[in-house]
Design a protein around this ligand. Structure first.
Ligand code: ATR
Length: 280
């Protein structure tokens, strides 16, 4: 999705994928910097490791405790840190590796734009309290949701996330468990990995909720395009969308960080749809 967008922006850059062993992460990052890379994206398990390797953490990297985007920077003539590709005589300048996180904002942007649902004041049932679930829960709290219900197979993780929210956003009402069945709810959000495989069980206990309680359903999974969970939500009358938007918006934001230019979302969305679903 990056390469067609980079081309549409008139840049002579290439986005490439590399398989890196976690033990080699630091020398690989330093080597990329020395080789004149513009930046990098990182995925599991590198996001947490990179948090402790980068020279500088952007607020987003610090807040979420994980780095999925790195930008190589140097000081310009005024001593301001700028993307290294923008300046000349790099060898004479101070350089650093800056870490950002574009995942967290992408969840909220996808929900806001694809479901037309701003989260402020809304009631949300979040399924999952792993890596993605924790960030989604904290982000919902940051967006001032009205009420947040947390459900996860491992209860301890819900308790830890609840505690984190209570410390950072004490005004947000957080409950562990399902909402009462007669309560009209805004959003049900699946942040578990259940649904990736066809044989997976549903990410929720169908005796504990009525899907028609919810007006909107979001599944972070985008492959398959419609999980069994999403299909049941749709049948129950919810407005639904899958996690492709999250993948898109974290990419849009990363490219904005590297280029400091406006990124044409539609080019990236088309490329993503074509590669993931074979749609033209
Ligand atoms: P990610 O980074 O994608 O969030 P993760 O941290 O491994 O990955 O989290 C996976 C999520 O899916 C967790 O909420 C996990 O529940 P646990 O915290 O109890 O492990 C959930 N999950 C995975 N397999 C599951 C299963 N078979 N039944 C119920 N929940 C499951």
């Amino acid at each position: 999705m990056h390469n067609p967008t980079i081309a549409a922006m008139g840049l002579n850059w290439n986005y490439l994928a590399f398989d890196v062993h976690p033990d080699d992460l630091e020398p690989v990052l330093r080597g990329s910097q020395r080789m004149g890379f513009i930046g990098l994206n990182l995925t599991v398990p590198h996001k947490i490791l990179a948090h402790d390797i980068v020279d500088h953490l952007d607020e987003s990297g610090r807040k979420w405790g994980a780095v999925n985007t790195i930008r190589f920077e140097c000081q310009d003539d005024d001593g301001i840190w700028v993307p290294s590709w923008k300046v000349e005589n790099l060898e004479k300048r101070s350089t650093r590796m800056a870490g950002f996180n574009t995942d967290a904002d992408a969840v909220v942007r996808a929900i806001r734009e694809e479901l037309d649902l701003p989260l402020s004041g809304k009631s949300v049932l979040l399924l999952g309290a792993g890596g993605a679930g924790r960030v989604a829960a904290l982000k919902c709290a940051e967006e001032n949701v009205g009420q947040l219900f947390l459900v996860n197979r491992t209860l301890k993780k819900c308790e830890e996330v609840k505690k984190e929210i209570q410390d950072l956003y004490p005004h947000v009402q957080v409950e562990i468990g399902y909402p009462p069945k007669n309560q009209a709810m805004d959003l049900i959000l699946n942040a578990t990995s259940l649904g990736l495989k066809e044989s997976d069980p549903l990410p929720l206990n169908t005796d504990s909720v009525v899907l028609s309680q919810f007006q909107y359903a979001y599944d972070m999974i985008y492959q398959p395009a419609e999980t069994r969970f999403l299909s049941l939500c749709k049948k129950a009358g919810c407005q639904t969308t899958n996690g492709l938007g999250m993948l898109l918006y974290q990419g849009v934001k990363a490219l904005e960080i590297w280029t400091e230019m406006k990124v044409p979302d539609s080019v990236m969305r088309n490329a993503l749809n074509q590669h993931v679903y074979g749609k033209e």
